[in-house]
Design a protein around this ligand. Structure first.
Ligand SMILES: NC(=O)c1ccc[n+]([C@@H]2O[C@H](COP(=O)([O-])OP(=O)(O)OC[C@H]3O[C@@H](n4cnc5c(N)ncnc54)[C@H](OP(=O)(O)O)[C@@H]3O)[C@@H](O)[C@H]2O)c1
Length: 271
């Protein structure tokens, strides 16, 4: 039986939808803290169980009988919260006898900036638990930069950035979900750590691609990071060269190249 947490979220939904194309619904369990949010899955024959990272007893019941558990990292980044929640998740997985845990870790989980430390902490918990596991060290979602907001870039003819010319290896959330689904359903992934990365591209290339796809001129313009609003945080990380390491793990898991930048831009600019 394959159990999946975070099914009401973006990544978990992609994972469970792909699993439904690979294994019978009766072999899947969807875990949500609010089961009503995923009532459609129950209607399609997936057993839905309540599991709340803030309620350890619910987790032990939710994980019972699980051969493989997709553990989607929690979304509450208040300092201390995820470390407590993830400790309870790993303890519950061990107590329930889960056969293998697949964890959505993060790029530079062990050596990155502080906000990634929860992932390094959770990797260590899994290692110390003795429960067989697979680490998916996900890069940032490409959608943070390649999204319908690019229509505004086309309208203004200018892509403002503070990237210092460093490349990024973002990947689409869909590719990451599909890779997780493979890792959940195939043998041979226990003990593995995968560096999940898409193709490298620069923000200047992004501007050129937006121009090509839209047929309108788009200029790349370097600006101070404080002119970039909420994206300033992402650009600070790009400028610090956090995303320049390539890896072929995603491509190997998918059995095809990761989604090219142009394809993602075409999707973002669609009406
Ligand atoms: N790689 C990246 O760029 C990136 C970006 C953002 C986040 N992340 C991380 O990756 C995870 C998955 O991404 P996403 O886009 O799918 O996030 P998302 O859409 O926010 O989904 C988060 C999921 O976690 C569930 N969750 C949150 N708190 C929970 C709790 N106390 N107990 C049980 N379930 C809980 C949510 O359930 P509810 O529907 O009940 O809230 C939801 O299903 C995030 O949670 C975060 O840790 C990665």
């Amino acid at each position: 039986m394959i159990t999946v947490t975070g099914v009401s979220g973006n990544l978990g939904r992609i994972v469970i939808e792909d699993l439904l194309t690979r294994v019978p619904a009766t072999e899947l369990v969807a875990i949500a803290r609010t089961p009503e949010k995923v009532a459609d899955l129950a209607e399609r024959g997936v057993e839905v169980r309540r599991g709340d990272y803030d309620d350890p007893a619910s987790l032990r019941e939710a994980f019972a009988g699980s051969d493989v558990l997709q553990f989607v990292s929690g979304s509450d980044v208040t300092p201390g919260v995820r470390q407590r929640q993830h400790t309870d998740v790993v303890d519950a997985a061990k107590a329930a006898g889960v056969g293998r845990v697949v964890y959505t870790s993060a790029i530079h989980a062990q050596d990155g900036p502080g906000f990634l430390a929860d992932h390094g902490f959770t990797e260590n918990l899994l290692r110390d638990s003795g429960v067989p596991h697979t680490l998916l060290r996900n890069t940032f979602y490409e959608e943070v930069l390649v999204n319908p907001g690019l229509k505004e870039v086309v309208a203004t003819g200018e892509l403002k950035a503070a990237d210092e010319g460093n490349p990024v290896n973002f990947a689409t959330i869909r590719d990451m979900g599909l890779a997780a689904s493979r890792v959940l359903t195939e043998d041979g992934h226990a003990g593995a750590t995968y560096e999940i990365r898409g193709p490298l591209w620069t923000i200047e290339e992004l501007a050129r691609t937006v121009a090509e796809v839209s047929g309108k001129p788009v200029a790349y313009r370097a600006v101070p990071v404080d002119e970039l609003g909420p994206l300033g945080f992402v650009y600070q990380l790009i400028a610090s060269d956090l995303f320049s390491e390539p890896s072929e793990d995603l491509e190997r898991l998918l059995g095809r190249p990761a989604t090219p930048l142009r394809t993602a831009v075409e999707a973002a600019l669609q009406d």
